[in-house]
Write a protein of this length. Sequence first.
Length: 274
Amino acid sequence: MTCFAQSTVIGALLLARCIMADGDQWVQKKDEEGRAVQSLQIQAPAMTEEDQYGYTMPDQYRCDACKAVSHHLGEALKQRQPKNRRLKEWEYTEVFDDTCKSGFSGYGIALVDGQNVLSGPALKRDNIKAGMGAIQMGGETWEKRLGEICRKFVYEKIGEEELYDSFRSRGEVSSDLCFHEARDCKMGAKSPQKKNTSKSSQEKKQKETDADKAQSTDMDLNAFIGKLAKKHGLAKTEYTKKRSFQDWEKTLVQAAQRISEQEKSFSGAAVQSV
């Protein structure tokens, strides 16, 4: 069948296209006079204010967004990966940058089983029933949101080198990273969270932190710089790109200030909880 596209303007340009389940979508029915007719019901999502105007990805779509990001990053790496060597750091960083910048066209939201869901090339919707279709509302806003999810996934939650090593070992950028490392997806039901305000719980956290520090003492300078940038919420390249001697001195002073501020913040929080 022909899919009729339509567009509307809601704060920004939103593109609409029909998405349907695989196979024959038309349901064969008979009308009141016994004549054979075909039926196809199209559903459109109701856009919330956050869907329309929010800069960041709404929480309800974050898990699917992360899965889409992991898929496109993996496909981009497969295209660039040579058979006989590792990619150099600047090569896989370039892949990540390019994908996060312009790799997410064709995404938007659709109404499936009464709920708005993220929809697009990497997200197959097998639960669209025969005789049903859905209007996907997309556009530049969703591309930008996915790009931001992509940058946080690579540079803040996983790390460039760690992500590339994971790709090399598995042959793909697995969506499992969305559950364990990125934590945009959750497994099973949420368990109620309780605030640990007792002194014993704070001491336990401090011991765990000290243990983590002890386990991470054996690393080279490159690994240290990567983890330090991640801890400061920066891309690794912010601490590794070429600069003049004077600029290097300024960068090291800024890094030292960030370390000092984080230590003061942690110590202050520990004192208040005692």
